[in-house]
Design a protein around this ligand. Sequence first.
Ligand code: BGC
Length: 739
Amino acid sequence: MRQEQLRILLEDMTLKEKIGQLIQLSGDFFKANDISYGPREKLGISQEMVDYTGSVLNVAGAKATKEVQEHQMKVQPHHIPVMFMSDVVYGYKTIYPIPLGMGATWNPQLVKLAFEAAADEASAGGIQVAYAPMLDTVHDARWGRVLESPGEDPQLNSIYAKAMVEGFQDKLAEGKGVVSCIKHFAGYGGVEAGKEYNSVDMSISNLFQNYLPAYKEAIEAGAKMVMTSLTSLNGVPSTADQWLLNDLLRKTWGFNGIIISDYASIYELIKHGFAQDSSDAANKAINASVDIDMKSPCYANNLSKLVTDGKLDEKKIDEATWRILCLKNDLGLFEDPYRGASETREKECLLSTNKRKLARKIAATSLVLLQNKNEVLPLHKNTKIALIGPYGASHDLLGMWAVHGEAKDSVSIEEGLRQYFSNVKVEKGTDINRDRKIFEEMGFFTEKQIKDIISPEAIEKENNRKALSLAQDADVVILAMGENTLEAGEAGAKTNLSLPDNQVQLINQISKLGKQTVLLIISGRPLALHNVIDKVDAVLECWFPGTEGGNAIADVLSGNINPSGRITMSFPFTAAQEPIYYDHLSTGRPLHGSQHVGRFVSKYLDAPATPLYPFGFGLSYGHIDYEQLTLDKNELTRQGQIRAEITLNNTSDWDRYEVVQLYIRDQVATIVQPVKRLISFKKVLVKSHNSCKVDFIIKPEQLAFYDNYGCQILESGKFTLFIGSNSRDCLAQSFTLLD
Ligand code: BGC
C-alpha cells in the first residue's frame, strides 16, 4: 500500500479501532492454540476490543494463524490484518542450543545461520515477529534467564546481537524472515540478587558500558521492534521510563520502530507502585511511547476515556497506530495477510535434513569441555559404556524457551552414542531431582506429575543399585546429569547452583568404583561444580543442546569433532560468589598486588575469590601454547593504531580451533575501570604440529569508556594488553595512549 493510502486508512479509523491496533492478546481469545509461559488471567476486555485487536501472541502454525487471520479480518471494520508474534528464542521447531550455548561457540556466523533457519521455519508457520534476541547482559547465574542471553560480555553480546538480528531479518523481503523484537529493554540482567522480576539499580556508567551496547548494536543492525523489561531501572519501571524509551531509544538512538510492553507489564506498573490504577498505567506507558500493550487490559479499557476526558492527546495514539500500520505495510500484509504461512512450506522446511544438520553442528560447537583428566576423552570405539543418569535416555534436551519445539523430535544422548559405540548400556540411576518443594514452586506440575518424577524410596534405591552394578561392569561411565528444564529460564531463579543432592550422592558412589568417568552437564546456567569435579575425570558442559543434542554430544565424545566451545559466563565455585564476572572493577585492596597481605584484601574467608572456570575458558583435545606476544609499538597516538601479534604452537596430534582473546586494562582513569575488558577475539584453526601467528589491530576508540552522564570518553595513559585462551590465562604487554 502506498503511504498516502495508509494515511487515509489511519484518518478513517475510529478512536477505538486505532486503540485496537495497540492491543495484543493471546490465542485463548481467538479460540486458537496458545503456547505461553506468562501468567494467565481473564482480562475483562470487551468483545468489541477483542475484535479490533492488532496483534496475536504465540499462536503458531500455518493452519492456526490462517484461521485467526481470516476471522479477525472479517470482524475488523477496515479489514486490517493482525500480526502474529511469538517467542522464537533459539529455534521454532528445530531447536538450537540455548543462547548461552550459542554464545559459547564464539562463532557469530554460525549463530546467524541458526537465526536465519529459525526465521524460515517460523515464517512458514505464520509468525511475523519473533521476540528475540534477548540481549540482557548476565552476571548472576542464580537468575534463571541467563539461559536466554549470549553471556556476560557486552562486546561479545554486541557481535551476537548483530548476527542474530540480521539472521532473522535478512530474508524478510523474500517472506522467509521474521521481524526481530529485541528484549528486554533495559538492564533486566542486572536484577538484584538474581531474584526474578526484582529491581535493577546501577550506575549510569555501568548501564552504558555493560548493559546497553548489545541493544544499541541490534538497533543499528535494523531491529524493528523492542520489548520493554518487566523490571524497574534505577527506580523507574522500564515500561513507563520516558528517559529510557523517549529520550535515549527514540531520540538519541533514532529508533522509529515499535515498542511493545512485556507480558502484562503495563498493568504491573500498578504493582510496582508507579501507577495508581490501570488508567494511570495506560497513560504513563503511552506517554513513554509504548505502542503495544501485551496481554493487559490497560490500553483496551482506558485509552479511549483518557482521550475523551482530555487527559491524553489523541496524537499519541495516532503515532503508535501509525508505527504499527507501517510495519504491517512493510511486511506486505495488506496485499497478503497470510504472508509466508503455508502448510506445504511447513512440510518442506520444518525439521528438514539441512536444519537438523545445522542444529547438530551448532550444538557440537557450543559444548564446552571443562575438564579432561588423563585425556580420558575422546572415547575409543570399542569402549564398554555405562550411560547413567536422568538425562541418559531423555529427550528433554530443549530447555524452557523452546516453546514450539517438541521433545519427541530430539535425539537423546543414548541414541547419539549408539551411532558411534556398539556397547552402550543405560540406567537412569536417580531422578532429576528429589526435592518435591522445587517442583511445587515451579508451578507447572500437578501432584500426579510430581509423583511420577520423584520415585518412591524403594525404587530410587533399586535404580541406584542397578546403576552401580552397570558401572562396575563398564570401561567408562558417562553420567548424564543436570537441571530439570523448568529449573532454568523465566522464573527459574535459584540460590543453590550445585547439582541436586541425589545426583551428587550417585556421583560419589560411582567415583568409588575407580572407573574412568565422564560427567555431562545439561543445564541452562553455569552450575557450581566444585563438589563433583574431583570425583570424575572429564566434564562436558552441554547446556540444553536442542533437537540434535544427543548426536552433537556423541560427535564430541567420540572425537569426531574436537570441542571448541568456550564459556561466556563465569562458572562460580559456589552460588554465594554470585554475581561473579570477569570484567569487574578494580578495587583498592585487590587479592593480588595489594600492599596488605593475609586478611585485609578483597576475598572470602571460606571460598576462593575467583570463579571455578573463568569467562572464555574451555578445553579442546590436544595442546596449544601461546608464545611471544609482541606489539609493533608502545605508544599509540589518537589517529594511530597498534598491531599485536602472538604465536600459537600446536604440539599435539589434533587439529584444533582456538579462541584467541584480546583484553585490555586501562591502568588509570577518572572512573575506575575493569580489571580486564574483552575488545576482540579470533577463532582460528591450528593444524596439528603446526604453529601460526594471530594478529590484532587496536585503535584508540576501542579504549574509550562511558562516564556517569552516558558520554563516551577517551583518556590517555597506560594500558595493559592481554592475549590468551581465556580471561585468566594470558600473556601481557603495556602501551601508552598519547594525548
Ligand atoms: C517474557 C518475555 C516473552 C513474553 C511473551 C514474558 O513473560 O518476559 O520474554 O517474550 O512473556 O511470551
